[in-house]
Design a protein around this ligand. Structure first.
Ligand SMILES: Nc1ncnc2c1ncn2[C@@H]1O[C@H](COP(=O)(O)OP(=O)(O)O)[C@@H](O)[C@H]1O
Ligand SMILES: [Mg+2]
Length: 229
C-alpha cells in the first residue's frame, strides 16, 4: 500500500540538530514509485542528512517519515535495518567496494548476506554487471579498475536486490564529466527498467538533469524547484 497521493516515501517537518548546527530545519520530501528526484543544494545545506533520515540511517529529532504506509519512527532498529536490506539500495561517492573481494563478489554480496547460494548470487550479479557494461571486470578487484568502472560496479551492487528505492549521494562526485555522465545514463536507465525510485543527491546541475523532478535544500529547508524559480 502506498501513502495517499501515490507517494512511496514521504517526509514532513524534518528537524535534525548536531549541537548548535541545524542540519535539517523543517525539510520535506516525497517520491513516487519509479520516480527520479534530484536533491540539490550547496555543500553543508543538509542534503546528506536528509538522505540518511529518509533511508532510516539517522533518526530525526522531529518530523515524520512514511515509507509504503509505515512510519519509520514506530519501527525497531532491527526492522529498519531489515527494510534497508530488502527495499533500499545505496550508492555513495567512493570507497564503497570491499577491496579484498572481486567485482562480481562485491555485486553478489547483498544477495549472499540475504542467504542466497554463491552460484545463484553471482549469476544474478553478472546480469546486473552486463546492464552496467562492466561484466568483463568480474574477476578483478576494485583496486584494479578505474573510478568510473568502480562506480558502475557499485551501481550494479545497489540494484542487485531489486530495491524499490535507490539512494545515491553524489554518485559521480569523484568522476570526470565524461565518466560521470555515462554512470548517470546507466544508473537512471537501470533504475527505470527496474522501476526503482531514485533519491539522487548532487550539487551539479548536469547530474540533476537526469531526474524527473528537482528539489533544493538550503539551510536545512527543502523546496520544489518550481517554487524556487
Ligand atoms: N554527524 C555529524 N556531526 C556533526 N555535524 C554534522 C554531522 N552531519 C552533518 N553535520 C553538519 O550538518 C550540516 C549539513 O550537513 P550535510 O547534511 O552533510 O550537508 P550536505 O550533504 O548538503 O553537504 C553541516 O553543517 C554539517 O557540518
Ligand atoms: Mg553530502
Amino acid at each position: 500500500m502506498n501513502a495517499p497521493g501515490g507517494s512511496l516515501l514521504v517526509a514532513e517537518g524534518l528537524r535534525k540538530a548536531y549541537g548548535p548546527t541545524m542540519a535539517l530545519d523543517g525539510a520535506e520530501f516525497s517520491i513516487h514509485p519509479g520516480e527520479v528526484v534530484a536533491v540539490m543544494g550547496p555543500s553543508g545545506s543538509g542534503k546528506s542528512t536528509l538522505l540518511h533520515c529518509l533511508a532510516g540511517i539517522v533518526t530525526p529529532d522531529s518530523g515524520s517519515i512514511m515509507y509504503d504506509g509505515q512510519d519509520l519512527a514506530t519501527m525497531s532498529d532491527a526492522q529498519r535495518s531489515r527494510l534497508r536490506r530488502s527495499d533500499f539500495g545505496f550508492v555513495f561517492q567512493f570507497g564503497q567496494l570491499v577491496p579484498e573481494l572481486t567485482c562480481v563478489e562485491n555485486v553478489a554480496l547483498p544477495l549472499r548476506l540475504n542467504g542466497a547460494p554463491r552460484k545463484q548470487a553471482e549469476r544474478t550479479a553478472l546480469e546486473w554487471m552486463q546492464r552496467l557494461e562492466v561484466d568483463d571486470l568480474g574477476r578483478k578487484r576494485p583496486g584494479e579498475v578505474s573510478g568510473g568502472q568502480g562506480q558502475r560496479v557499485a551501481v550494479a551492487r545497489s540494484l542487485v536486490t531489486d530495491p524499490r528505492v535507490l539512494f545515491a549521494d553524489e554518485p559521480t562526485g569523484a568522476l570526470d564529466s565524461l565518466n560521470g555522465e555515462r554512470v548517470m545514463e546507466l544508473l537512471t536507465e537501470a533504475a527505470r527498467s527496474a522501476n526503482a525510485a531514485v533519491v539522487l543527491v548532487t550539487h551539479e546541475a548536469r547530474v540533476a538533469a537526469y531526474s524527473d523532478r528537482e528539489i533544493v535544500v538550503r539551510d536545512g529547508k527543502s523546496r520544489d524547484m518550481e517554487r524556487v524559480i
